[in-house]
Design a protein around this ligand. Structure first.
Ligand SMILES: NC(=O)c1ccc[n+]([C@@H]2O[C@H](COP(=O)([O-])OP(=O)(O)OC[C@H]3O[C@@H](n4cnc5c(N)ncnc54)[C@H](OP(=O)(O)O)[C@@H]3O)[C@@H](O)[C@H]2O)c1
Length: 310
C-alpha cells in the first residue's frame, strides 16, 4: 500500500470510509452492520490500509463502536496499532468542555486511549475560532488526541484554524472527486506547500462514478433523492462515465478505480471510499497501485472541470 508522509505520520493513500456502518440512510441492513462492516475493517488492515475514517454522527456512535470492536475482536491479535483512527466531533456547540466530553465518548466507543486524528466535522461560524481550537489544543495537551483536523473548511477558515490552534492542523477532509474539483484550486496547492493532508470524501460520488447506475437502475436508498442520481443527473455525467470506461480499458481497471487513481495522482491527497462489500473494498485498495499517464489525467481533468462549471 502506498503511503503519504505528512508531519512525520504515515497514512495509507486509500483509507476506509465508514459512514455506512450502522447508518440507516444507506439501507445496508443488519447483516452489514453486524457482520460485513467488521469484516471490512479487518480486511482493510490486513491489506495495509491504516486510515479508518468515522464520526460520532455516523449511526449515532454505531460506526465508532463497530470499528472499536472489530480492531479488538481477536484476543490473540490486537489490530489497534495497525490503524490510524480518524473520527469527527459534530460541532453544534463547539466549546472546549463539550468537545472534551464528546472526544472521550468517541475514544471509549473506539476502545482507545488516544485518537490519532480528531476532526471538526463542519465549520461553525457562530462560535469564535479561538474557542473551538482551544478545545482541540487542550485534547492534544491531555494526550487523548494526537493530531487535529478540520473538515469542510475553506482555505481561509483552515488557515484561521491553524493560527488559533497554535500549531499546524494535520488535514482538511473535503468533498473531492471528478464531479467536485474545487479543491484543486486553493486547498490542494496550500496543502502541498504546507505539509498538510487533503482527505477526499465521497471520492466515488457515492457510487455514481462506478458507472453502474443509470436512469433504469437507480439506488433505492437516500441517494435516489440526490440530484446526481436523478435521470437528468445521470445523463449529464454520461460523457465522464464513458471516459472513465475508456481509460479503464487502457489500464485494465474499472471506472471506479480510475476515478480514485485520478485523485491519487495529486500529491498530499488520500481517498476514503466507503464500501458495501468486501469485493468493493479490494477493488478500491487495488486502485492505490494504478498509475495513470499525464494524457489520461489531463483528459479526465478537462472533462471533469467542464462538468463542474455551473
Ligand atoms: N466529512 C464529511 O462531511 C463527509 C461527508 C461524506 C462522507 N464522508 C466520509 O467519506 C466516506 C466516503 O464517502 P461516501 O461514503 O459518501 O461516498 P463514496 O465513498 O464516494 O461512495 C461509497 C459507495 O459507493 C459504492 N462503491 C464503493 N466502492 C465501489 C466500487 N469499487 N465499485 C462500485 N461501487 C462502489 C458503494 O455503494 P453501493 O454499492 O450501494 O452503490 C459505497 O457505499 C464516508 O464513508 C465518510 O467516512 C465525510
Amino acid at each position: 500500500m502506498r503511503i503519504r508522509s505528512i508531519q512525520g505520520e504515515s497514512v495509507s493513500v486509500v483509507g476506509l470510509g465508514t459512514w455506512q456502518f450502522g447508518s440507516r440512510e444507506w439501507g445496508y441492513g443488519a447483516s452489514y452492520a453486524l457482520g460485513t462492516a467488521a469484516e471490512l475493517v479487518k480486511r482493510a488492515i490486513e491489506r495495509g490500509v491504516n486510515l479508518i475514517d468515522t464520526a460520532e454522527l455516523y449511526g449515532f456512535g454505531a460506526s465508532e463502536r463497530i470499528i472499536g470492536d472489530a480492531l479488538r475482536e481477536d484476543a490473540e491479535r490486537d489490530l489497534r496499532d495497525d490503524a490510524f483512527l480518524a473520527t469527527k466531533f459534530y460541532p453544534v456547540v463547539p466549546i472546549p468542555a463539550m468537545m472534551t466530553t464528546h472526544c472521550y465518548r468517541s475514544a471509549q466507543r473506539l476502545r482507545v486511549n488516544q485518537i490519532d486524528l480528531y476532526q471538526l466535522h463542519f465549520p461553525n461560524p457562530v462560535f469564535p475560532m479561538s474557542s473551538q481550537m482551544s478545545g482541540a489544543r487542550r485534547l492534544v495537551e491531555r494526550g487523548v488526541v494526537r493530531k487535529v483536523g478540520v473538515s469542510n473548511y475553506s482555505l481561509s477558515a483552515w488557515q484561521r484554524a491553524d493560527r488559533a490552534l497554535g500549531f499546524p492542523t494535520f488535514s482538511n477532509q473535503v468533498h473531492f472527486s471528478l464531479l467536485k474539483t474545487a479543491p484543486l484550486q486553493e486547498l490542494l496547492p496550500w496543502a502541498q506547500t504546507n505539509d498538510r493532508l487533503l482527505i477526499a470524501y465521497s471520492p466515488l460520488e457515492q457510487g455514481l462514478l462506478s458507472g453502474k447506475y443509470s436512469p433504469d437502475s437507480r439506488p433505492k436508498d437516500f441517494r435516489r433523492l440526490r440530484p446526481g442520481f436523478s435521470e437528468r443527473g445521470l445523463r449529464r455525467i454520461a460523457p465522464l462515465i464513458d471516459l472513465l470506461r475508456q481509460v479503464g480499458q487502457e489500464v485494465s481497471a474499472s471506472p471506479a478505480q480510475v476515478a480514485l487513481a485520478w485523485l491519487l495522482h495529486h500529491p498530499n491527497v488520500v481517498v476514503i471510499p466507503g464500501a458495501s462489500s468486501l469485493g468493493q473494498l479490494d477493488s478500491n485498495i487495488d486502485a492505490a497501485s494504478l498509475e495513470l499517464n499525464e494524457r489520461q489525467v489531463s483528459h479526465l481533468t478537462e472533462v471533469a472541470v467542464s462538468l463542474n462549471r455551473p
